[in-house]
Design a protein around this ligand. Sequence first.
Ligand code: NAD
Ligand code: ZN
Length: 348
Amino acid sequence: MENIAAVLYGNNDIRLEKYEVEEPKENEVLIQMASVGICGSDVHYWTKGKIGDFIVKEPMILGHESGGIVARCGPGVKNLQVGDRVAIEPGVPCRVCEYCKSGRYNLCLDIIFCATPPIHGSLRNYYTHPSDFCYKLPEHVSLEEAALLEPLSVAVHACRRSGVTAGCCVLVLGAGPIGLLNMMVAKAFGATKVFITDISDSRLDTARSLGADYAVNIKNHTELEMIKEIVQATNGGPNITIECCGAEASVRLGILSTKSGGVICLVGCGPDEVKIPIINASAREVDIRGIFRYANCYPIALDLVATGRVNVKPLVTHRFSLSETVKAFETAKEGKGIKIMIKCSNAA
Ligand code: NAD
Ligand code: ZN
Protein backbone atom coordinates (compact mmCIF):
# COMPACT_ATOMS: atom_id res chain seq x y z
CA MET A 1 0.00 0.00 0.00
CA GLU A 2 1.54 3.27 -1.08
CA ASN A 3 0.91 6.31 1.10
CA ILE A 4 1.71 9.61 -0.60
CA ALA A 5 1.10 12.70 1.54
CA ALA A 6 1.00 16.43 0.73
CA VAL A 7 3.46 17.89 3.23
CA LEU A 8 3.88 21.57 3.99
CA TYR A 9 7.53 22.44 4.73
CA GLY A 10 7.11 26.21 5.04
CA ASN A 11 6.07 29.20 2.97
CA ASN A 12 5.06 28.15 -0.54
CA ASP A 13 6.69 24.77 -0.12
CA ILE A 14 4.40 21.74 -0.46
CA ARG A 15 6.07 18.42 -1.23
CA LEU A 16 4.55 15.05 -2.07
CA GLU A 17 6.29 12.44 0.05
CA LYS A 18 5.93 8.79 0.97
CA TYR A 19 4.78 8.01 4.51
CA GLU A 20 4.38 4.74 6.35
CA VAL A 21 0.85 3.34 6.45
CA GLU A 22 0.05 3.43 10.18
CA GLU A 23 -1.51 0.49 11.94
CA PRO A 24 -4.79 1.64 13.59
CA LYS A 25 -4.46 1.66 17.37
CA GLU A 26 -7.22 0.83 19.87
CA ASN A 27 -10.53 2.40 18.79
CA GLU A 28 -8.97 3.82 15.63
CA VAL A 29 -9.64 3.08 11.97
CA LEU A 30 -7.29 3.22 9.01
CA ILE A 31 -9.00 5.17 6.26
CA GLN A 32 -8.30 5.11 2.55
CA MET A 33 -8.69 8.81 1.85
CA ALA A 34 -10.99 9.82 -0.99
CA SER A 35 -11.86 13.55 -1.03
CA VAL A 36 -10.15 16.40 0.80
CA GLY A 37 -11.36 20.00 0.44
CA ILE A 38 -9.01 22.98 0.61
CA CYS A 39 -9.93 25.56 3.22
CA GLY A 40 -8.76 29.15 3.58
CA SER A 41 -6.65 28.14 6.60
CA ASP A 42 -4.73 25.54 4.54
CA VAL A 43 -3.91 28.23 1.98
CA HIS A 44 -2.90 30.63 4.77
CA TYR A 45 -0.45 28.10 6.26
CA TRP A 46 0.94 27.52 2.77
CA THR A 47 1.45 31.21 1.94
CA LYS A 48 2.32 32.60 5.40
CA GLY A 49 3.56 29.55 7.34
CA LYS A 50 1.38 30.43 10.33
CA ILE A 51 -2.01 31.54 11.66
CA GLY A 52 -1.72 33.56 14.86
CA ASP A 53 0.24 31.50 17.39
CA PHE A 54 0.06 28.35 15.27
CA ILE A 55 3.34 28.23 13.39
CA VAL A 56 4.50 25.54 10.98
CA LYS A 57 7.87 24.65 12.54
CA GLU A 58 8.10 21.03 11.43
CA PRO A 59 6.90 19.56 8.12
CA MET A 60 3.12 19.05 8.41
CA ILE A 61 0.71 17.04 6.28
CA LEU A 62 -2.14 19.31 5.14
CA GLY A 63 -5.89 18.64 4.95
CA HIS A 64 -8.79 18.62 7.39
CA GLU A 65 -12.01 18.60 5.32
CA SER A 66 -12.21 14.98 4.37
CA GLY A 67 -13.95 11.71 3.69
CA GLY A 68 -12.74 8.21 2.93
CA ILE A 69 -13.31 4.47 3.20
CA VAL A 70 -12.47 2.33 6.22
CA ALA A 71 -9.58 0.05 5.23
CA ARG A 72 -8.80 -1.53 8.63
CA CYS A 73 -10.30 -1.43 12.11
CA GLY A 74 -8.12 -1.30 15.21
CA PRO A 75 -8.97 -3.30 18.36
CA GLY A 76 -12.20 -2.28 20.07
CA VAL A 77 -13.86 -0.56 17.10
CA LYS A 78 -17.59 -1.28 17.23
CA ASN A 79 -19.26 1.45 15.19
CA LEU A 80 -17.56 0.84 11.83
CA GLN A 81 -16.56 -1.97 9.50
CA VAL A 82 -14.06 -2.32 6.68
CA GLY A 83 -15.61 -0.79 3.54
CA ASP A 84 -17.75 1.77 5.35
CA ARG A 85 -17.62 5.23 3.76
CA VAL A 86 -17.10 7.92 6.39
CA ALA A 87 -16.89 11.65 7.01
CA ILE A 88 -14.00 12.51 9.31
CA GLU A 89 -14.47 15.10 12.06
CA PRO A 90 -10.91 16.47 12.22
CA GLY A 91 -10.72 17.74 15.81
CA VAL A 92 -10.30 15.16 18.57
CA PRO A 93 -10.48 16.59 22.09
CA CYS A 94 -9.02 15.21 25.35
CA ARG A 95 -12.46 13.87 26.39
CA VAL A 96 -11.84 14.40 30.15
CA CYS A 97 -11.57 18.14 30.80
CA GLU A 98 -14.37 20.43 31.98
CA TYR A 99 -15.12 21.58 28.41
CA CYS A 100 -15.18 18.07 26.99
CA LYS A 101 -17.40 16.78 29.79
CA SER A 102 -19.87 19.63 29.39
CA GLY A 103 -20.14 19.00 25.65
CA ARG A 104 -18.28 22.09 24.49
CA TYR A 105 -15.32 20.06 23.34
CA ASN A 106 -14.35 22.60 20.66
CA LEU A 107 -13.03 24.71 23.56
CA CYS A 108 -10.83 21.87 24.91
CA LEU A 109 -7.30 23.19 25.42
CA ASP A 110 -5.81 19.84 24.45
CA ILE A 111 -7.80 19.27 21.26
CA ILE A 112 -5.74 17.94 18.41
CA PHE A 113 -6.96 19.15 15.04
CA CYS A 114 -5.85 17.90 11.62
CA ALA A 115 -3.42 20.26 9.88
CA THR A 116 -3.19 22.71 12.77
CA PRO A 117 0.53 22.67 13.64
CA PRO A 118 2.08 20.46 14.83
CA ILE A 119 -0.68 17.90 14.03
CA HIS A 120 -0.60 16.14 10.66
CA GLY A 121 -3.69 16.32 8.45
CA SER A 122 -5.46 13.90 6.15
CA LEU A 123 -4.30 14.93 2.66
CA ARG A 124 -2.74 11.55 1.84
CA ASN A 125 -3.70 8.09 0.66
CA TYR A 126 -4.03 6.52 4.12
CA TYR A 127 -4.81 8.12 7.45
CA THR A 128 -5.77 6.81 10.91
CA HIS A 129 -8.42 8.45 13.11
CA PRO A 130 -10.48 7.62 16.25
CA SER A 131 -13.53 5.72 15.01
CA ASP A 132 -16.01 7.74 17.10
CA PHE A 133 -15.00 10.87 15.18
CA CYS A 134 -15.85 9.15 11.89
CA TYR A 135 -19.46 9.20 10.68
CA LYS A 136 -20.77 6.47 8.41
CA LEU A 137 -22.38 7.86 5.26
CA PRO A 138 -25.69 6.63 3.90
CA GLU A 139 -25.24 5.13 0.43
CA HIS A 140 -26.55 8.17 -1.42
CA VAL A 141 -24.17 10.66 0.28
CA SER A 142 -20.93 11.09 -1.67
CA LEU A 143 -17.40 11.31 -0.30
CA GLU A 144 -17.16 14.89 -1.58
CA GLU A 145 -20.23 15.74 0.45
CA ALA A 146 -18.50 14.05 3.38
CA ALA A 147 -15.57 16.44 3.02
CA LEU A 148 -17.99 19.39 2.90
CA LEU A 149 -19.50 18.37 6.25
CA GLU A 150 -16.53 20.15 7.87
CA PRO A 151 -17.33 23.72 6.75
CA LEU A 152 -21.03 22.80 6.95
CA SER A 153 -20.52 22.00 10.65
CA VAL A 154 -19.08 25.49 11.15
CA ALA A 155 -22.31 26.88 9.71
CA VAL A 156 -24.49 24.57 11.83
CA HIS A 157 -22.62 25.71 14.95
CA ALA A 158 -22.95 29.40 13.99
CA CYS A 159 -26.68 29.09 13.26
CA ARG A 160 -27.28 27.19 16.51
CA ARG A 161 -25.24 29.59 18.62
CA SER A 162 -26.99 32.58 17.13
CA GLY A 163 -30.41 30.96 17.56
CA VAL A 164 -31.63 30.86 13.96
CA THR A 165 -35.13 29.43 13.94
CA ALA A 166 -38.39 29.45 11.97
CA GLY A 167 -39.37 32.88 10.70
CA CYS A 168 -35.99 34.53 11.34
CA CYS A 169 -34.62 37.14 9.06
CA VAL A 170 -30.87 36.63 8.67
CA LEU A 171 -28.06 38.82 7.35
CA VAL A 172 -24.94 36.97 6.17
CA LEU A 173 -21.86 39.09 5.54
CA GLY A 174 -19.44 37.51 3.06
CA ALA A 175 -20.41 34.94 0.41
CA GLY A 176 -17.36 32.65 0.51
CA PRO A 177 -17.90 28.96 1.25
CA ILE A 178 -18.57 29.71 4.94
CA GLY A 179 -21.05 32.51 4.20
CA LEU A 180 -22.85 30.46 1.56
CA LEU A 181 -23.13 27.46 3.88
CA ASN A 182 -24.43 29.70 6.68
CA MET A 183 -27.03 31.05 4.28
CA MET A 184 -28.13 27.53 3.35
CA VAL A 185 -28.21 26.28 6.95
CA ALA A 186 -30.14 29.37 8.09
CA LYS A 187 -32.76 28.57 5.43
CA ALA A 188 -32.82 24.91 6.47
CA PHE A 189 -33.37 26.02 10.08
CA GLY A 190 -36.42 27.99 8.93
CA ALA A 191 -35.13 31.49 8.21
CA THR A 192 -37.63 33.05 5.86
CA LYS A 193 -35.44 35.81 4.48
CA VAL A 194 -31.66 35.88 3.97
CA PHE A 195 -29.76 38.97 2.88
CA ILE A 196 -26.13 38.34 1.87
CA THR A 197 -23.27 40.71 1.02
CA ASP A 198 -19.90 40.41 -0.68
CA ILE A 199 -17.49 42.46 -2.77
CA SER A 200 -17.41 39.89 -5.58
CA ASP A 201 -20.24 39.81 -8.12
CA SER A 202 -19.56 36.21 -9.08
CA ARG A 203 -19.86 35.05 -5.45
CA LEU A 204 -23.12 37.01 -5.17
CA ASP A 205 -24.39 35.31 -8.33
CA THR A 206 -23.65 31.97 -6.69
CA ALA A 207 -25.49 33.13 -3.54
CA ARG A 208 -28.55 34.03 -5.65
CA SER A 209 -28.49 30.68 -7.40
CA LEU A 210 -28.36 28.96 -3.98
CA GLY A 211 -31.39 30.78 -2.63
CA ALA A 212 -30.38 34.22 -1.31
CA ASP A 213 -33.36 36.57 -1.17
CA TYR A 214 -31.12 39.63 -1.45
CA ALA A 215 -27.48 39.54 -2.60
CA VAL A 216 -25.81 42.94 -2.64
CA ASN A 217 -22.29 44.09 -3.52
CA ILE A 218 -21.28 46.52 -0.77
CA LYS A 219 -18.44 47.95 -2.85
CA ASN A 220 -20.21 50.96 -4.27
CA HIS A 221 -22.21 51.87 -1.17
CA THR A 222 -21.44 53.87 1.95
CA GLU A 223 -22.06 52.26 5.34
CA LEU A 224 -25.19 54.38 5.80
CA GLU A 225 -26.57 53.42 2.39
CA MET A 226 -26.02 49.73 3.14
CA ILE A 227 -27.68 49.94 6.56
CA LYS A 228 -30.67 51.65 4.97
CA GLU A 229 -30.93 49.04 2.23
CA ILE A 230 -30.63 46.12 4.68
CA VAL A 231 -33.11 47.58 7.16
CA GLN A 232 -35.61 48.26 4.38
CA ALA A 233 -35.29 44.82 2.78
CA THR A 234 -35.52 43.02 6.12
CA ASN A 235 -38.42 44.93 7.59
CA GLY A 236 -36.55 46.74 10.35
CA GLY A 237 -33.26 44.85 10.32
CA PRO A 238 -32.26 41.20 10.60
CA ASN A 239 -32.90 39.38 13.90
CA ILE A 240 -29.64 37.57 13.39
CA THR A 241 -26.45 38.55 11.58
CA ILE A 242 -23.72 36.06 10.77
CA GLU A 243 -20.42 37.75 9.92
CA CYS A 244 -18.38 35.53 7.59
CA CYS A 245 -15.50 37.62 6.27
CA GLY A 246 -13.90 39.30 9.29
CA ALA A 247 -13.27 42.72 7.72
CA GLU A 248 -13.68 45.60 10.16
CA ALA A 249 -16.15 47.37 7.85
CA SER A 250 -18.23 44.21 7.73
CA VAL A 251 -18.33 43.69 11.52
CA ARG A 252 -19.38 47.34 11.89
CA LEU A 253 -22.10 46.99 9.26
CA GLY A 254 -23.31 43.84 10.96
CA ILE A 255 -23.68 45.46 14.37
CA LEU A 256 -25.32 48.62 13.05
CA SER A 257 -27.82 46.74 10.84
CA THR A 258 -28.97 44.11 13.34
CA LYS A 259 -32.40 44.71 14.81
CA SER A 260 -32.45 45.82 18.47
CA GLY A 261 -32.54 42.77 20.71
CA GLY A 262 -30.94 40.64 17.99
CA VAL A 263 -27.69 38.71 17.71
CA ILE A 264 -24.54 39.09 15.66
CA CYS A 265 -22.36 36.00 15.42
CA LEU A 266 -18.72 36.54 14.47
CA VAL A 267 -17.46 33.68 12.33
CA GLY A 268 -14.96 35.53 10.13
CA CYS A 269 -11.40 35.88 11.37
CA GLY A 270 -10.00 39.30 10.56
CA PRO A 271 -7.43 41.40 12.38
CA ASP A 272 -6.95 40.72 16.12
CA GLU A 273 -8.32 44.12 17.08
CA VAL A 274 -10.99 46.14 15.28
CA LYS A 275 -12.91 49.32 15.97
CA ILE A 276 -16.61 48.55 16.45
CA PRO A 277 -19.63 50.57 17.65
CA ILE A 278 -19.88 48.79 21.00
CA ILE A 279 -22.17 51.34 22.68
CA ASN A 280 -24.61 51.06 19.80
CA ALA A 281 -24.64 47.28 20.33
CA SER A 282 -25.04 47.46 24.11
CA ALA A 283 -27.65 50.24 24.11
CA ARG A 284 -29.78 48.23 21.65
CA GLU A 285 -29.15 44.88 23.36
CA VAL A 286 -27.52 43.39 20.29
CA ASP A 287 -25.64 40.32 21.55
CA ILE A 288 -22.20 39.77 20.08
CA ARG A 289 -21.25 36.09 20.02
CA GLY A 290 -18.27 34.26 18.64
CA ILE A 291 -17.80 30.75 17.44
CA PHE A 292 -14.79 28.45 17.35
CA ARG A 293 -15.23 25.64 14.85
CA TYR A 294 -18.05 23.39 16.17
CA ALA A 295 -19.05 20.76 18.69
CA ASN A 296 -21.66 18.03 18.23
CA CYS A 297 -22.49 19.36 14.76
CA TYR A 298 -21.29 16.61 12.40
CA PRO A 299 -24.38 14.40 12.91
CA ILE A 300 -26.67 17.36 12.20
CA ALA A 301 -24.64 18.42 9.16
CA LEU A 302 -24.80 14.85 7.82
CA ASP A 303 -28.58 14.68 8.38
CA LEU A 304 -29.10 18.01 6.59
CA VAL A 305 -27.22 16.67 3.55
CA ALA A 306 -28.68 13.15 3.67
CA THR A 307 -32.27 14.45 3.84
CA GLY A 308 -31.67 16.95 1.03
CA ARG A 309 -32.36 19.98 3.22
CA VAL A 310 -28.98 21.41 2.29
CA ASN A 311 -27.41 20.76 -1.11
CA VAL A 312 -23.66 21.30 -0.82
CA LYS A 313 -22.81 19.78 -4.22
CA PRO A 314 -22.89 23.04 -6.23
CA LEU A 315 -20.10 24.45 -4.04
CA VAL A 316 -17.50 22.14 -5.59
CA THR A 317 -16.15 24.06 -8.57
CA HIS A 318 -12.71 22.49 -9.10
CA ARG A 319 -11.26 19.01 -8.73
CA PHE A 320 -7.62 17.92 -8.71
CA SER A 321 -5.76 14.69 -8.03
CA LEU A 322 -3.38 14.33 -5.08
CA SER A 323 -0.41 14.62 -7.46
CA GLU A 324 -1.78 18.02 -8.56
CA THR A 325 -1.92 19.38 -4.99
CA VAL A 326 0.25 22.45 -5.69
CA LYS A 327 -1.92 23.36 -8.68
CA ALA A 328 -5.00 22.94 -6.48
CA PHE A 329 -3.55 25.30 -3.86
CA GLU A 330 -2.62 27.85 -6.53
CA THR A 331 -6.19 27.76 -7.81
CA ALA A 332 -7.51 28.26 -4.27
CA LYS A 333 -5.08 31.15 -3.66
CA GLU A 334 -6.25 32.92 -6.80
CA GLY A 335 -9.78 32.85 -5.36
CA LYS A 336 -11.09 30.89 -8.34
CA GLY A 337 -14.42 29.14 -7.84
CA ILE A 338 -15.79 28.23 -4.41
CA LYS A 339 -14.56 24.88 -3.11
CA ILE A 340 -11.54 23.06 -4.48
CA MET A 341 -11.47 19.29 -3.94
CA ILE A 342 -8.48 17.00 -4.05
CA LYS A 343 -9.11 13.35 -4.89
CA CYS A 344 -6.74 11.08 -3.01
CA SER A 345 -7.82 7.86 -4.72
CA ASN A 346 -10.17 6.45 -7.33
CA ALA A 347 -12.67 5.87 -4.52
CA ALA A 348 -13.71 9.56 -4.63
P1 NAD B 1 -13.37 33.39 1.88
O1 NAD B 1 -12.18 34.27 1.96
O2 NAD B 1 -13.48 32.42 0.77
O3 NAD B 1 -14.70 34.27 1.89
C1 NAD B 1 -14.80 35.53 2.41
C2 NAD B 1 -15.70 36.33 1.49
O4 NAD B 1 -15.87 37.62 2.06
C3 NAD B 1 -15.11 36.53 0.11
O5 NAD B 1 -16.04 36.11 -0.86
C4 NAD B 1 -14.83 38.03 0.04
O6 NAD B 1 -15.00 38.55 -1.26
C5 NAD B 1 -15.85 38.57 1.02
N1 NAD B 1 -15.56 39.89 1.59
C6 NAD B 1 -14.38 40.51 1.79
N2 NAD B 1 -14.57 41.74 2.34
C7 NAD B 1 -15.90 41.88 2.50
C8 NAD B 1 -16.73 42.91 3.04
N3 NAD B 1 -16.22 44.02 3.54
N4 NAD B 1 -18.07 42.70 3.07
C9 NAD B 1 -18.61 41.54 2.58
N5 NAD B 1 -17.88 40.56 2.05
C10 NAD B 1 -16.54 40.71 2.02
O7 NAD B 1 -13.41 32.61 3.27
P2 NAD B 1 -14.36 31.43 3.81
O8 NAD B 1 -13.68 30.14 3.64
O9 NAD B 1 -15.75 31.60 3.31
O10 NAD B 1 -14.29 31.77 5.38
C11 NAD B 1 -14.85 32.97 5.86
C12 NAD B 1 -14.23 33.38 7.17
O11 NAD B 1 -14.59 32.47 8.19
C13 NAD B 1 -12.70 33.44 7.17
O12 NAD B 1 -12.29 34.60 7.87
C14 NAD B 1 -12.31 32.20 7.94
O13 NAD B 1 -11.07 32.35 8.59
C15 NAD B 1 -13.44 32.13 8.93
N6 NAD B 1 -13.67 30.82 9.57
C16 NAD B 1 -13.90 30.83 10.89
C17 NAD B 1 -14.17 29.67 11.54
C18 NAD B 1 -14.42 29.67 13.01
O14 NAD B 1 -14.37 28.65 13.66
N7 NAD B 1 -14.71 30.83 13.59
C19 NAD B 1 -14.16 28.45 10.84
C20 NAD B 1 -13.95 28.47 9.46
C21 NAD B 1 -13.71 29.68 8.83
ZN1 ZN C 1 -10.85 18.37 26.78
